[in-house]
Ligand binder design. Structure first.
Ligand code: ZN
Ligand code: ZN
Ligand code: FE
Length: 738
């Protein structure tokens, strides 16, 4: 029997080869009709034998292209039209722009094969791509995703590329960045003395790297700064020139085999490394790893990743050794995306670079994650993942823009049932980052035809995002920082009942105006109650304590100043410093109250590692983890006072006398035991959020203890525990409280 059916398909179905897939299926089952892209996704009308249509439908749902994600298919019966063939029709342009933009994708196996096949016409073409791989988000000015709306619009396709582009059965059918040596962007080598050439640019770059020079290479969402990872002097020069003392550098390897020469990887880590996203994965360094210590000083892990652009593949093939590949920027600023900024800002850092003339419209950094068994902890959600969108069931007319926090900024929007999160923007500490933040908002407005009717932001009056919101003349909802952390994870796991939310991080504006960051909330989607927290201490010098971690230790231990061991510790500070800190403490001068667990990690690192300062976020946690010994089961005493405040000064007193390894292990054991202890009291689902839970060892130990408590534990899995998820929590709050 002949029938006709219509299909509305929503999700990530544009720019991922969906229409040719429908075309090929229709052919396979001898069906007629048409398919096209519209503002909601893909629309098709299919006519033919009933049983064939049934099979068509099955394959449509089950064998969709690798980069696609179907959120919804609405199928309906229609009147017979007696189509005589099957056609892919022109996109329907409309005003509502709801279709998610695909993130950038790493080089696919087929393109990789063609790249190294001397008989292929794209042999050695450094910008090879197809419908299954290559740039997307990074080249798009606006939707719909057509070549004219991308930075490829200035390149006219050659006849051969055009034929591929127009053939629905070709892998490059409507691959917007399609190009080849004859018609596409070209790569060019530059040195900083004004010399440039298109003659063997990658060979020249490889030579410079081999000579120990520091160079830059354009990647997908920005440039990388690169040097030989085996050349200690080059790594030290890079640290010196970038004034980056200890923050680890990521290392790019040619292959998994090469990674395994230097690091121990688990099966799940390998899977993540090889995945389409090609993230940076933090893995364990081998005991006898010959890579210079200066790549990741004082920690036992290394951020490693595999090539994701054809340029990476070709460069590493020439070098046959690992290279440092770190986001090109000035410390604290967003990643650099064009050669003018490279020349201007990195003139004292690099000596040469390779660029190509396909412009990066939207920046993104590499995504970073680590694994506990098969559980993922995202440290940064960006290239390959963001923009990340969720289809929700919320019916809400408002168009909501959530502005996130201040550190690790990322924004999110709600528009017609969809929530979309931006890539990681950076810390909103300087003009450049705030510009990038505003640019991200503009990009989202353009992409999604979006004019916010409601803003959501953090309660912190000093955050750049809050200040921005207040200037807009749009209604604002304010959400407490740590509650937003928990709400983001509740959204992720679709939880709507009451939970015990544990939000631990470095900082956040508390309802009592003190600095929070060690919260135990009983909460649901509408409201929260702070049922337990850490006893506040004085953060001497305010924000200065964040870098000068020994001040936190000083402040906590000052209570015991009569104790000879503490007295000896306090005397290790210089006379002037001690006087200053004592004055601050006694007279409450610039000594705001703080109860954050992030700062307790700092105090522990200051005491255990005899360290005065840290230079990057998370350093204390990472160096304590490096000392952690699984076989040590001891911990400090857990005391919760009558105000439901956790006492901890005695931990630090004991810590002064413990061996470093024992102290670090006891500290982390105590924090997990504390969670288990409080969880036992409430018998609720447990939700963890906040930057402290980026600490792999703490999370692993906590999971182990909570398993025995038989509670349901929810961790951020597809979003990060850190402040980049705050915007998602803020939107969740708005949607439930309007
Ligand atoms: Zn490909
Ligand atoms: Zn061409
Ligand atoms: Fe936070």
């Amino acid at each position: 029997m002949k029938i006709c059916k219509t299909y509305e398909i929503e999700g990530r179905v544009q720019g991922v080869g969906f229409r040719p897939f429908v075309f090929a299926l229709a052919r396979k089952f001898n069906l007629n009709g048409f398919v096209y892209n519209n503002s909601n996704g893909v629309y098709a009308e299919i006519e033919g034998d009933k049983s064939n249509i049934k099979e068509f439908e099955f394959e449509l749902k089950n064998y969709a292209p690798p980069l696609s994600r179907i959120d919804k298919i609405v199928a309906d019966n229609a009147l017979l039209k007696n189509f005589t063939d099957f056609k892919i029709l022109k996109s329907e342009v409309s005003h509502s722009k709801n279709t998610p933009i695909s993130p950038d994708m790493s080089l696919c196996p087929e393109c990789l094969k063609e790249l190294s096949d001397a008989n292929n016409r794209r042999f050695g073409y450094p910008l090879i791509n197809c419908t299954n791989c290559g740039p997307r988000y990074s080249i798009v000015y606006t939707v719909p995703y057509d070549r004219a709306n991308t930075s490829m619009n200035k390149f006219k396709m050659c006849p051969e590329c055009e034929a591929e582009y127009n053939n629905p059965l070709n892998r490059r059918y409507h691959a917007q960045p399609i190009s080849c040596t004859n018609c596409g962007p070209a790569i060019k080598f530059y040195d900083l003395n004004g010399f440039s050439t298109e003659d063997n640019p990658l060979q020249r770059l490889a030579l410079a790297i081999n000579e120990g020079k520091i160079v830059a290479l354009k990647g997908m969402g920005g440039f990388h700064i690169i040097c030989d990872a085996l050349n200690e002097q080059a790594v030290l020069n890079l640290r010196d020139r970038k004034r980056r003392k200890t923050k680890p550098f990521a290392v790019l390897f040619d292959s998994l085999e090469m990674i395994k020469e230097y690091c121990d990887t688990t099966e799940y880590e390998e899977e993540a490394l090889l995945s389409q996203v090609r993230p940076i994965v933090l893995v364990k360094k081998k005991k006898l790893c010959v890579l210079p210590d200066s790549i990741a000083p004082n920690i036992d892990r290394l951020g490693v990743f595999l090539p994701y652009t054809p340029l990476h593949v070709m460069l590493l093939k020439m070098l046959k050794k690992p290279i440092i590949a770190t986001s090109a920027n000035i410390s604290g600023e967003p990643i650099i995306t064009n050669r003018y900024e490279i020349e201007q800002k990195l003139k004292n850092v690099i000596e040469a670079y390779v660029d190509f003339d396909r412009d990066i419209v939207n920046f993104s950094d590499d995504s970073v994650l680590q694994l506990i068994g098969k559980n993922t902890i995202f440290l940064r959600l960006s290239r390959g993942i963001a923009p990340k969108s969720f289809k929700t069931s919320y019916m809400c007319k408002e168009k909501i823009l959530a502005l996130g926090a201040h550190q690790k900024s990322a924004i999110a929007i709600f528009n017609d049932q969809n929530i979309t999160m931006s890539p990681y923007i950076g810390d909103l500490e300087n003009v450049k980052s705030i510009e990038a933040f505003e640019r991200s908002i503009d990009t989202f407005k353009r992409f999604y035809d979006f004019t916010p009717s409601l803003l959501v932001c953090d309660k912190h009056p000093g955050y750049a995002s809050t200040l921005w919101a207040k200037k807009q003349n749009i209604p604002i909802i304010f959400v407490q920082h740590h509650y937003a952390h928990i709400l983001a994870v509740m959204f992720e796991h679709n939880i709507s009942d009451e939970v015990l939310g544990i939000a631990w991080d470095g900082t956040g504006f508390g309802d009592d105006k003190s600095i929070w960051g060690g919260e135990f909330f009983l909460c649901n989607l509408k409201t929260y109650k702070r049922v337990c927290s850490f006893k506040p201490f004085k953060l001497l010098g305010g924000d200065k304590s964040v870098k000068n971690i020994d001040r936190v230790a000083f402040s906590i231990l000052y209570l015991y100043k009569q104790n000879p061991i503490v007295a000896a510790y306090l005397n290790s500070f210089s006379k002037e410093e001690r006087y200053l800190l004592e004055q601050a403490y006694e007279k409450d001068i610039n000594a705001p109250l703080c109860s954050s667990v992030g700062r307790l990690f700092d105090a522990a690192a200051a005491i255990i590692l005899k360290q005065k300062t840290v230079t990057y976020d998370g350093e204390s946690g990472l160096s304590l983890e490096a000392l952690y010994d699984k076989d040590i089961q001891d911990r400090y005493d857990i005391i919760i006072n009558e105000n439901n405040e956790i006492e901890y000064a005695h931990w630090f007193l004991e810590m002064l006398q413990d061996e470093p390894k024992i102290a670090a292990s006891k500290f982390i054991n105590t924090l997990s035991a504390l969670i288990a202890h409080i969880v036992r009291k409430y018998e609720k689902k447990v939700v963890l959020g906040g930057g402290v839970f980026q600490n792999r060892t703490l999370v692993e130990k906590t999971m182990e203890l909570l398993e025995k408590e038989h509670v349901e534990l929810f961790l951020p899995q597809t979003i990060s525990p850190n402040d980049s998820s705050i915007a998602l929590g803020q939107i969740t709050y708005a949607l439930n409280n309007l």
